[in-house]
Design a protein around this ligand. Structure first.
Ligand SMILES: [Zn+2]
Length: 847
């Protein structure tokens, strides 16, 4: 405090950028091996003097591994989107390194209830995974990794030897390399020699989208369970290879806060997490408290943060027999910043992270056998269960495959379904997951719905039931008719059924990658049409087959290429995308529309732009970008408001606006573009913006709030009362009109939507214009307050407006949530490909 007082005495807040020496961080009385390079020797500056870039961080980790080969081994887990290596150090004693594979195998037996009883834990090392800065603009973690790695490699004496003999440390210096690189570049390029501490200065205010996210603007700290991104997949494979006992997750919070360590809010722990987990978290917490007390750092526990959603780094271990620990350090963001606690300097934030990494190891060593036996007990509980789940979408094998990949990544056994054919399930297209397997608790966390809660506040979403998210039929059953165990997700073979046609081909729209295939055909210049009616027609292989709404017609003679060349192209597209094109010998339908009917409507290739930039939700925009680019191979232009305002936008026929604030946008230009035939897709709060600016014709319902009252409510109750009215995210079933172009490719009238907003829409007065709507009781899983539940009841999830020659498609919810809500993908794809064929009279709104 004395230092802060002195600074305030000088009216000129000038701090020279003098670096803290390494000794500032290190504990007193420890001897260090002079043969190990200090960070400054490799990265060319002191720790905390500049923000570490990912490249230099990797250089130092490599240098440590080279100079301390007895203690430290380095490996590359994989690469990020931007091809940065995700490096992992394994740090333990020389003796342990010499039998590391044996240690790992023995450790894994603790999570195998068939073998764990005979494992002697009295001498086994504990496995601790230390991870840093999954949010790239929360840099103290990764910067502290330099000091921690140095300490673990270079410290000498009996204390470190005892630690390393009894611990295997998996050391991950950067959970999010691309984000760290982006942020460090920002912070460094704005640093002044005389440190500027004014929070308004550019150093502390990154440009959109900021370094928090990965390349596609996703929050990797929500991706541990769904594993959409390579960063998570690489890390999770190491995680399950070792199944650590403790995992630390070093973050930053607001600059005016102090330091947080878990346990979090007790009433908000996921009920699947055992009480013993919290008990161990608390015991470990005493070691953090002791060390932070020693250096005079303030801290708090049991407030603000929780352990509910298993996709977060500190919660994911809790469903895997381990204990995840969240650390949140107040952020200096740049190099030194004025806060309500005085000037917060970057080195001080790094020091707290270093100290708690060491206190974690100190606690792990002291509580070693408690953690090991907790892991064994956690998996023992999974032996007593019968039955399980049958799932699979027979019309969408690709999406079923993506679901299987996701669950198998977590060591869950999947078998073929051998049971009787039912409405939803049939042999060859359905799969089973038995509850009687070690990952039982994780399986429940993936498959089950959540409808009862002890608290009404959530740090994150309240539900993520994966079969609903993927939109895959799934049923819990007591007796499983299981067949062969899968070793990998089934690979799909695509083909042109019936050989070459001289007349036409049809492709069904149900498969996940059908839009990707269609876009590719359009890219090759093929003429394509969509079926707005059902047709029952004889294929070239002789069967009479029903082609549903949304089937794609590729006529032969209309194309500018020969029938041979077309056949070759379609074979390639079908094989690449694992789907079937059917050759048609004739255009004559058995029942329904002939192929020359006007019910087959010509399609235009989507030319897509998305509005991005300041005020727009980077997460929502990133989800669209990732879906289009990674999954569908559809390019999209990303326009800031300023670029939109000056660009020729007539080259786009689809514009997407996700949740955000679009104050700077030229709305008249946008409106004129729609009126001349454009398709505008509005998601979530963008629908409200559209309605306020005369572009969308929707009525937004306001949910009641218990605080809208003159009766006095105790001041201290505000957080709980307001918090309970938040829509952090739950799952609702919309009823779909399967004949509407926006519902093509769906086979069930019930479609699960994820709602994490308070955009409640009155149904359109036009009876054809609300193709997805909520019924009287739409909640499928998750928390919703009584007031919000009244608002969503009988509201519309999607409304289509005609505006001149164009269409405005209002989607109240997020169809792409976190890149794993694959049940919403078809809706967005339909809006892109079929938005402009929606009949004007079915979208016109009477004012
Ligand atoms: Zn964070």
């Amino acid at each position: 405090m004395r230092k802060i007082f002195l600074v305030h005495c000088f009216t000129l807040l000038i701090l020279t950028a003098q670096a803290q020496p390494l000794s500032y961080y290190l504990p007193e009385g420890v001897r260090y091996n002079a043969a190990i390079p200090t960070p400054a020797g490799i990265i060319h500056h002191e720790v905390g003097e500049w923000h570490i870039t990912h490249d230099r961080l990797v250089n130092y980790m490599q240098a440590i591994a080279n100079s301390a080969p007895d203690r430290v081994k380095i490996e590359t887990m994989g690469y990020t989107y931007e091809q940065r290596p995700q490096v992992l150090l394994t740090i333990t004693s020389k003796e342990n390194h010499s039998r590391l594979e044996q240690i790992r195998q023995q450790h894994l037996q603790l999570s195998d209830p068939g073998k764990s009883a005979n494992v002697d834990i009295s001498k086994m090392p504990i496995v601790v995974y230390i991870g840093h800065s999954i949010h790239g603009n929360e840099p103290s973690g990764s910067n502290a990794a330099l000091v921690t790695a140095y300490h673990l490699a270079a410290a000498e004496g009996s204390a470190i030897e005892e630690l390393l003999s009894n611990t295997v440390i998996l050391f991950d210096p950067s959970f999010n390399p691309d984000g760290l690189q982006r942020f460090s570049t920002w912070a460094n390029q704005h640093k002044s020699k005389n440190l500027v501490t004014d929070p308004s200065s550019r150093e502390f205010n990154e440009v959109w989208p900021g370094g928090r996210f990965n390349h596609y603007w996703f929050d990797l700290n929500r991706d541990w369970l769904p594993g959409v991104h390579p960063e998570s997949r690489n890390r999770i494979s190491v995680y399950h290879k070792w199944k650590p006992n403790i995992l630390t997750d070093h973050h930053e919070q607001g600059s005016n806060a102090s330091f947080f360590f878990q346990p979090g809010v007790p009433s908000r722990v996921n009920p699947l997490t055992p009480a013993k987990n919290i008990e161990l978290t608390e015991k470990l917490g005493r070691y953090h408290a002791k060390q932070l007390d020693k250096i005079g750092s303030l801290y708090f526990t049991k407030e603000n943060y929780d352990d509910f959603y298993y996709g977060k780094g500190s919660t994911f271990p809790d469903i895997n027999g381990a204990v995840g620990i969240l650390f949140e350090q107040a952020s200096s963001r740049g190099h030194a910043q004025e806060t309500s606690n005085g000037i917060l300097r970057f080195p001080a934030t790094i020091k707290n992270q270093f100290v708690t990494a060491l206190s974690t190891l100190e606690g792990a060593l002291a509580l070693r056998t408690s953690f090991l036996s907790f892991q064994r007990d956690f998996y023992k509980q999974s032996t007593n269960a019968t039955g399980g789940y049958v799932f699979g979408d027979k019309n969408d094998r690709a999406k079923t495959g993506l679901f299987i990949e996701m669950i198998m990544r977590h060591g869950i056994e999947v078998k073929e379904y051998n049971g009787p054919t039912e409405a939803d399930f049939e042999k060859g297209a359905a799969y089973t997951v038995a509850l009687n397997q070690p990952q039982q608790v994780l399986i429940k966390a993936i498959f089950d719905k959540q409808l009862t809660f002890t608290d009404s506040l959530f740090y994150d979403i309240s539900s993520w039931t994966m079969p609903l998210a993927f939109g895959i039929p799934c049923k819990q059953i007591s007796t499983l008719n299981a067949g062969n165990l899968l070793t990998e997700a089934p690979t799909l073979k695509g083909e042109v059924n019936g050989g070459k046609s001289e007349y036409a081909y049809l492709m069904e729209w149900d498969e996940f990658y059908a839009p990707k295939a269609l876009y590719e055909m359009q890219q090759q210049g093929l003429i394509t049409k969509v079926a707005t009616n059902k047709t029952n027609i004889k294929t070239a292989s002789g069967e009479t087959k029903l082609f549903d709404y949304g089937s794609i017609l590729i006529p032969v003679k209309m194309q500018s290429i020969s029938s041979d060349a077309l056949y070759l192209q379609l074979q390639m597209v079908a094989q690449k995308n694992g789907l079937t094109c059917y050759a048609m010998p004739s255009g004559s339908a058995v029942i329904g529309s002939d192929l020359g009917s006007s019910k087959f409507v010509s399609l235009k290739q989507p030319a897509v732009a998305m509005l991005v930039g300041t005020g727009v939700s980077a997460l929502d925009a990133g989800e669209v970008w990732h879906l289009l680019d990674q999954r569908m191979n559809i390019p999209s232009s990303h326009l800031d408001a300023a670029a939109f305002n000056r660009a020729d936008i007539s080259k786009y026929n689809c514009i997407i606006m996700v949740s955000g604030n679009y104050g700077e946008l030229n709305k008249d230009k946008l409106k004129t573009w729609v009126q001349s035939g454009g398709v505008l897709i509005l998601e979530e709060e963008a629908v409200v913006w559209g309605s306020q600016n005369g572009i969308a014709s929707v009525t937004v319902k306001k949910a009641k709030n218990p605080a809208d009252s003159t009766a006095r409510i105790a001041y201290v109750q505000r957080e709980q009362i307001e918090g309970a009215q938040q829509m952090n995210g739950a799952i609702f079933s919309a009823e779909a009109d399967l004949t509407h172009p926006l519902a093509y490719g769906y086979n069930q009238t019930t479609v699960s939507m994820f709602k994490g907003n308070k955009v409640f829409l009155e149904k359109s007065k036009n009876p054809y214009a609300s193709p997805f709507q909520y019924g009287a009781n739409p909640l499928q899983s998750g928390y919703i307050s009584k007031e919000n539940s009244v608002a969503i009841k009988n509201s519309a999830a999607v409304i289509v407006n005609a505006l001149g020659a164009g269409r405005v498609i209002n989607i109240a919810d997020n169809p792409n949530m976190r890149g794993f809500w694959l049940g919403g993908t078809k809706l967005l794809m339909n809006a892109l490909f079929f938005g402009n064929i929606i009949d004007a009279a079915s979208a016109r709104t009477e004012e």
